[in-house]
Design a protein around this ligand. Structure first.
Ligand code: SF4
Length: 314
């Protein structure tokens, strides 16, 4: 075999994840913090290998039920992930005796602030907040928490149509729409265009005239790192004969990016570690591309590339 392997230079942790992991490591190696244990509310990164590396250093991941049960944390540290959390989580953690280590990504903090401001402004206009995101995702829960739960969450076009049919989105009332930071820019654009068209029709106006009413406001809240990744990853997928996409299977960003690769290169395989590679996927002269999500560490991409290169020696 003479397979060549490229690693996508744009893959790897985004700034928000690098920041959260860096902060966790400062606590784990004792250069920051109060010497107490470090808990993370949910997986700090959706990648089992990286998570294990941090757990081996002492990080303990807990879920919301654990937080409910831990009534006397005695100053132990609770890390809030880059995804952010609703305000109630901070209140509860402090009430239970935790020291909160807030690693919410600045981009998510900005989005939380904009949604709060829009919600306050829309109250007087009987308006509605719509979130384009995955129901139940931590970032989305954090956003809903900013608006006292008064938001409609739609993940795709079908959910938009269903929400309108069910009356959860009232086309005659003002709407401000926000996207979860890691959603697909193309899908967000399609959903926004459809909703705007439906609102224009319901108000018996052309889309052009409807725009002037400011009844529909779209906030561009997809993370710029994610948005540029989509374009660069698309080019990478097309340039290679076979694409190995590396990310945890539960990573929302990973699923979106992997689907993008698959839509452009049918020979795209989603793995979360080198163990899942199969030699039979490869042809003798393949130009293979290894890439990943915002939660995939660079060292893991290198391990996968090394395993593929080893097929040339066997
Ligand atoms: S994808 Fe963007 S918004 Fe989300 S954590 Fe990373 S840098 Fe922050």
């Amino acid at each position: 075999m003479s397979i060549t392997v490229d690693i996508d230079s744009n893959s790897g942790f985004c700034a928000g994840v690098i920041r959260a992991i860096g902060k966790a490591e400062e606590f784990l190696d004792g250069t920051a913090g109060n010497g107490k244990k470090l808990f993370s509310l949910g997986a700090i990164v959706h990648n089992d290998a990286e998570l294990k590396r941090l757990e081996d250093k002492g990080l303990v991941c807990i879920d919301r039920d654990d937080l409910d049960d831990m009534l006397d944390a005695d100053g132990e540290n609770l890390l809030i992930r880059a995804h952010g959390e609703p305000p109630q989580t901070y209140t509860k953690a402090r009430a239970h005796g935790f020291t909160v280590v807030d690693c919410t990504c600045p981009v998510v903090l900005k989005l939380q602030k904009s949604i709060r401001e829009a919600y306050a402004a829309l109250r007087d206009r009987n308006g509605q907040i719509v979130i384009f995101g995955k129901p139940g995702h931590a970032e989305v829960l954090g956003l809903i928490g900013q608006v006292e739960g008064n938001a409609v969450v739609i993940e795709d076009m079908r959910m938009l149509v269903d929400a309108v049919a069910a009356g959860s989105i009232d086309l005659r009332r003002p709407v401000e729409i926000f996207s979860q930071t890691t959603k697909s820019p193309a899908e967000y654009a399609s959903v926004c265009a459809r909703l705007e068209q439906m609102m224009a029709d319901a108000n018996e106006l052309s889309v052009e005239r409807f725009k002037g009413t400011r009844m529909f406001v779209r906030h561009n809240t997809i993370c710029s790192q994610v948005a540029t990744r989509h374009a660069k990853l698309s080019a990478f997928a097309v340039e290679h004969d076979i694409v190995i996409f590396v990310s945890g299977k539960s990573s929302s960003n990973g699923k979106v990016l992997c689907e993008r690769c698959k839509s452009l290169n049918i020979r795209t395989y989603h793995i979360d570690s080198p163990d899942e590679l199969r030699k039979e996927w490869f042809r003798p002269d393949d130009k293979a591309g290894v890439c990943g999500a915002a939660s995939t560490p660079k060292w893991l991409l290198e391990d996968v590339a090394a395993e593929i290169r080893s097929y040339n020696d066997k």
